[in-house]
Design a protein around this ligand. Structure first.
Ligand code: PMV
Length: 313
């Protein structure tokens, strides 16, 4: 029987620090209970990919893995990708794919499981996809849990696993898939930075204060989660990564006593992807979402990183 391997990797949310992280500031991320699955199996008929739209991503991942691991042939494969993570909404689906497929190849080639190496290769795959990623998404998808992450330089990235308290009930609201890609949003902030470096640096410094506030919250030193979410959102709006439509929705959440922020690259033309929402009384948020017919779901944080689901002959 042909060798069959199944691997899963989690999506993520960014509690604070998106965009600023590209400029060397810290971010706090959490793995979530939505995963992407990659199955690979030996086949006799070259490379086949399901769903077929994923073929170019798989080919490109294969090339990166082959180069980085210096292996020759990895061609006769059936690759099946399935996912619970909505694509292109800021939940890290592309990083989860990069991590899961890299790990699947490690298993397939019977290489010792080496998270550091897997993370490095997944970053290489992400780089081809997004030009200048911080590497935060692939790191959280590899290691899971909660992380404090910082990219000092291209070569030097540091992160620390955060042992945390039980996190209050959080919801994710899907404001819709942004028209812009992550790369385009990162470029938008870069242009803003080039026009007004002092202004943008000042905003990043304030983002860093919020990120530190989240660290305190996670270590039970500070309890105002709502205020942290609200301030973070204000700063992201100042960076110009939130659409008018999303801002209107967030103001409505605030009106009922809740708090919300976008998580990830955002979007300005129409939608801004996933939003994190919090209310001290979750029932209020649930009835609001029903009334507004929002795509809202509860999320579990601090989930496990990449995982082998099956490795059988
Ligand atoms: O929207 P996502 O999941 O691609 O997250 C992007 C986060 C940014 O800070 C905007 C970019 C990055 O590479 O960290």
């Amino acid at each position: 029987m042909a060798k069959k391997i199944k691997v899963s990797a989690p999506g993520k949310i960014i509690l604070s620090g998106e965009h600023a992280v590209v400029y060397g500031y810290p971010e706090v991320l959490s793995a979530i209970d939505k995963r992407l699955f990659v199955e690979i199996e030996e086949s006799k008929a070259g490379l086949s990919v399901f769903p077929s739209e994923g073929r170019s991503y798989v080919e490109h991942a294969l090339e990166t893995v082959k180069t980085k691991l210096e292996v020759g042939k990895l061609d006769n494969l059936k690759v099946v990708v399935s996912s619970e993570i909505p694509i292109g909404c800021g939940l890290g689906s592309s990083a989860a794919f990069a991590v899961a497929i890299t790990t699947a190849f490690f298993e397939f080639l019977k290489l010792p499981r080496n998270l550091k190496k897997i993370n490095e290769i997944a970053y290489g795959i992400e780089k081809k996809q997004h030009n200048n990623p911080s590497g935060g998404d692939n790191t959280i998808s590899t290691y899971g849990g909660f992380l404090l992450y910082r990219k000092e330089t291209e070569m030097f990235k540091v992160f620390s696993s955060l042992k945390t308290r039980v996190f209050p009930s959080l919801f994710l609201i899907n404001s819709g898939k942004p028209i812009e890609t992550t790369g385009e949003m990162v470029d938008r902030v870069r242009r803003f930075y080039l026009r007004s470096p002092l202004k943008v640096e000042k905003t990043f410094k304030e983002v860093e204060q919020v990120t530190r506030g989240f660290l305190k919250f996670l270590s039970k030193e500070e309890s105002n989660l709502g205020e942290l979410v609200k301030t973070n959102e204000e700063l992201l709006e100042r960076l110009g990564v939130v659409s008018k439509k999303t801002m209107r929705l967030i103001r409505k959440v605030e009106k009922i006593g809740g708090f919300a922020k976008i998580s990830g690259a955002g979007g300005v033309k129409e939608n801004s992807g996933i939003m994190i929402a919090y209310h001290a009384d979750p029932e209020k948020l649930i009835s609001f979402a029903e009334k507004e017919r929002l795509d809202m779901f509860r999320v579990k944080l601090g989930e496990k990183g990449v995982r082998i689901e099956q490795n059988a002959c």
